[in-house]
Design a protein around this ligand. Structure first.
Ligand SMILES: Nc1nc2c(c(=O)[nH]1)N[C@H]1C(S)=C(S)[C@@H](COP(=O)(O)OP(=O)(O)OC[C@H]3O[C@@H](n4cnc5c(=O)[nH]c(N)nc54)[C@H](O)[C@@H]3O)O[C@H]1N2
Ligand SMILES: Nc1nc2c(c(=O)[nH]1)N[C@H]1C(S)=C(S)[C@@H](COP(=O)(O)OP(=O)(O)OC[C@H]3O[C@@H](n4cnc5c(=O)[nH]c(N)nc54)[C@H](O)[C@@H]3O)O[C@H]1N2
Ligand SMILES: [Mo]
Length: 765
């Protein structure tokens, strides 16, 4: 290979994940946010029995009572919220919205915590302070002025607590709509829609203890070293026990290769590390259906061979016979799928997939973990169902040490759904709300995230109330999304930090600053705790300990109640003030509506909280047939456009120094990228095929959704030669979101196909 030219900011990083660099990164984060020594005390309270739940991710804690578990990115998430920096009324007086629009997202959020409720003033093009009650009154009046409640959308980002989310859906339904766009729609909706058809529940079935009993772990399409760092403790323990860990990921993510635990004095002192993956398969982007079908085909082949030799076979025939339907259809599909197609689509050899299938067959108890690499595809729902099929072939569902483990995104995205944030409420929820709160909630299904944005674009949505998040930047196709949001009559953002969504002005726009999870929440009835649900259905309390960033902040429940009272004006007699004075009363309401939360207030006070019932864990299948279902995925091809010559399949993903649309720094240490994010990761042979060299400036154009016309374009990226399969490419989210069309989503779950975008690359114009 010819000597590669030097590209600024690109240098190989050969250390293990974790280790001393992780400790150094935390020290830098504390310094940048001007958080002094007390920072350490803050971090120590994170995920402690009497402290706050880490806003970083939804991975559970060992009974939530463990001693401090060091986690670089959890520390960054806490530090980001506990920053000493503030965006004050003086800041807004000095900068018009027009000026701020030119700032980068990194710079906007980097200014720190919002301190005052703000309303947009068109005369000066500035956000100006407003009294809380006046803000509530104006928002209420604007909502009441809408000809129909269905002209409003209520967005939830998954950091909101159960209490806030419950009040939010209660308010929106009392107002009269089921329009609940949710960050889950961009994330694990494929799980929430796919798994109920397979196993009767849209959640994972494993608990943390199950990992102690597993004898093989499969990891598909997630990057825990960055996004679920506390999971590394679990994977490291499993690896040290000799449990095979089989990884399928287009990129060699460093933490899945080897990890040095900052909590292990020996590893730290010796600069050692623990290998994580026992085998690492770099499949092509979008090759997961092929991989899963390949491994399942191997299981059937092994089964046939074993039977031929007089054995009992390798399928769990008891389980399949007693608990499932659809096995013969699956078998027919696998028989009809050729190894040739599987190899072509996955980019992996038959031998590699057979070996992976053999590890699966040898293990008695298998857990399969997955993330956005599986769900954010046009076939996301069916990908998830293939995972369930794979596990069920050997009864790896609903027993100790085995099961399916979706790694949720935001720390309470699962809980928000559990307590009623859903655009498709079932009869049980509707009846319970009516019984408990005395009003008839709307039954007609509402809008999810893609549908909401489409409605804004088409003028069918006139008001947007956001419980956190940065909807405009998180969604596909910023040009269309931004234009849609600018057409609104009313935009309300409950937020901790300034972001671009707030600058998309409606006729009336408000930014309402709220307490973060790390902060004390004092109400008339004393200090309050909230609750959250982690990826493994454990519900526990979270109590902030820090002094609030400003005396003007209100809690999310209090702001929702304020808007609700001003909008509903007494109807239908919900005791908003009582619930805000004492959140126990909100929890009493949750318990009355959702029977699974029985004794909520008592159980939440026990250390570690409690686990919500997941019937599939008991091999109870809440499907119409009462059985679990093998479900067939049609073919292997997600997007026929990706087969055209010269087309690459692009995934958009997170760096190590980012939390969704929040950018902590411009580094992505493990991938060897420093001080920049304008990078396109490509296979060297694809560079050559496009007449490009490592370090060339390129323009990337999406192949239009219908194969003709115009798709989105991102210009001026620097293409680098990277260890990624041929035909696949990668770029950072959200910078690359212009390439993702709103229409490019999974038809069944609405999840945008952020990880399968057909693109062409050419030298920059
Ligand atoms: N520090 C930090 N923590 C976070 C977040 C954050 O941004 N920063 N975000 C939170 C949220 S909301 C979420 S949803 C989670 C996200 O956590 P993850 O699920 O880990 O999300 P990503 O980083 O987007 O991408 C995951 C991985 O999928 C791989 N991948 C891409 N395409 C494919 C494919 O086609 N097949 C396979 N098998 N793999 C593929 C990528 O190489 C990458 O390693 O993390 C949560 N935790
Ligand atoms: N191309 C591409 N796009 C993606 C993805 C991808 O992988 N690729 N991933 C998708 C995924 S998985 C997700 S979950 C979405 C994320 O979408 P969102 O959840 O909408 O986005 P975040 O970036 O997490 O939101 C950040 C903002 O939340 C506010 N905030 C932070 N903490 C709090 C709090 O405690 N309370 C309140 N009220 N506000 C708070 C701050 O103002 C901050 O600016 O993005 C999606 N978009
Ligand atoms: Mo997410």
């Amino acid at each position: 290979m010819a000597q590669r030219r030097d590209v600024p900011g690109i240098r190989p990083y050969d250390h293990s994940a974790g280790g001393w660099d992780a400790l150094r990164a935390v020290a830098t984060a504390l310094r940048r946010q001007h958080v002094p020594a007390r920072g350490t005390a803050t971090l120590l309270r994170n995920n402690q029995p009497d402290g706050f739940d880490c806003p970083g991710c939804a991975w559970p804690d060992p009974k939530h009572t463990s001693s401090f578990e060091f986690c670089e990115n959890g520390a960054k998430a806490v530090t980001w919220e506990a920053t000493r920096k503030r965006v004050t009324p003086e800041f807004f007086a000095a900068h018009s919205v027009c000026d701020l629009w030119e700032w980068s997202d990194f710079a906007l959020e980097g200014e720190g915590r919002l301190t005052h409720p703000l309303a947009y003033d068109a005369a000066t093009d500035r956000f100006v302070p407003i009294a809380w009650d006046e803000a509530f009154a104006r928002i209420g009046a604007a909502l009441r002025a809408l000809p129909s409640p269905d002209l409003a959308d209520f967005y939830t980002s998954g950091r909101a607590s159960n209490e806030a989310a419950f009040l939010f859906q209660l308010f929106a339904r009392a107002f009269g709509t089921n329009n609940f766009p949710d960050c889950s729609n961009m994330c694990h909706e494929a799980t929430s829609v796919g798994l109920p058809d397979s196993i009767g529940v849209g959640k994972g079935t494993v608990s943390l203890e199950d990992f102690d009993h597993a004898d093989a772990i499969f990891s598909i399409g997630h990057n825990p070293g960055t996004n679920h760092p506390r999971m590394m403790t679990t994977l490291r323990e499993a690896s040290r026990r000799g449990v095979p860990i089989v990884v399928f990921n287009p990129l060699k993510e460093r933490a899945l290769e080897r990890f040095a635990s900052p909590q292990d004095p020996v590893e730290m002192a010796s600069f050692g590390a623990t290998p994580i993956a026992s085998v690492y398969h770099q499949l092509r982007v979008g090759g997961d259906t092929a991989v899963l079908k390949g491994m399942m085909k191997r299981v059937l082949e092994r089964d046939a061979a074993d039977l031929a030799e007089g054995g009992k076979g390798v399928l769990d025939r008891d389980f399949i016979g007693t608990h499932t339907l659809g096995f013969e259809d699956l078998r027919a599909d696998l028989d009809a799928t050729s190894w040739e197609d599987i190899e072509a689509k996955s980019g992996l050899s038959r031998a590699a997939l057979e070996a992976a299938g053999d590890i699966y067959v040898k293990a008695e108890r298998v857990i399969l973990c997955y993330g956005m690499g599986v769900t954010q595809h046009a076939h996301g729902t069916s990908n998830v169902q293939q995972i369930a099929n794979f596990l069920m072939l050997r009864g790896n569902m609903g027993r100790e040490g085995a099961g399916i483990c979706p790694l949720r995104g935001h720390s309470n995205v699962q809980g928000d759904r559990t307590v009623g944030v859903t655009e498709k409420p079932g009869p049980a929820l509707l009846q319970a709300l009516e019984r408990v709160f005395g009003f008839t909630p709307p039954a007609a299904h509402g809008r999810d995230a893609v549908a909401s944005v489409q409605a804004m674009i088409e003028g069918r949505s006139r008001a947007l109330i956001c419980l956190g998040g940065n909807l405009a930047v998180a969604m596909p196709d910023p040009a269309a999304t931004f234009a849609g949001m600018r057409k609104l009559d009313l935009a309300v953002h409950m937020a901790t930090k300034l972001n671009r969504s707030h600058l998309l002005l409606a006729k009336e726009s408000f930014i309402l600053p709220v307490l973060g999870r790390t902060e004390q929440d004092m109400q008339a009835g004393g200090p309050q705790s909230v609750t959250v649900e982690d990826s493994m259905s454990m519900v526990h309390a979270s109590r902030g300990t820090l002094k609030p960033a400003s005396e003007h902040l209100r809690s999310e429940p209090a702001v929702i109640a304020g808007i609700a009272k001003a909008t509903l004006q007494g109807a239908p007699g919900i005791d908003w003030d009582g619930m805000i004075a004492n959140y126990d009363l909100i929890r009493t309401g949750i318990e009355a509506v959702f029977p699974d939360f029985y004794d909520f207030n008592a159980r939440i006070r026990a250390p570690g909280g409690f686990r919500l019932d997941v019937p599939a864990c008991r091999r109870v299948w809440r499907t119409p047939s009462g059985r679990a279902h093998f479900l067939v995925a049609e073919g292997l091809d997600e997007d026929p456009r990706s087969r055209s010559p010269g087309v690459l399949t692009l995934m958009t993903l997170r760096s190590h120094d980012q939390y969704n649309t929040t950018i902590y720094s411009l580094d992505d240490r493990y991938r060897g990228v420093f001080g920049r994010r304008d990078i396109l990761f490509m296979n060297e042979a694809d560079l050559v095929a496009n007449g490009l060299e490592h370090g060339d400036k390129v323009d990337v154009a999406a192949v239009a959704p219908d194969g003709v016309g115009k798709g989105g374009v991102v210009t001026g990226l620097t293409a680098i030669a990277y260890d990624i399969p041929r035909g696949s490419a990668a770029a950072y989210y959200p910078e690359a979101n212009s390439l993702v069309a709103l229409a490019n989503h999974d038809r069944r779950s609405g999840t945008p196909a952020y990880k399968s975008v057909a693109v062409r690359v050419r030298a920059a114009a």
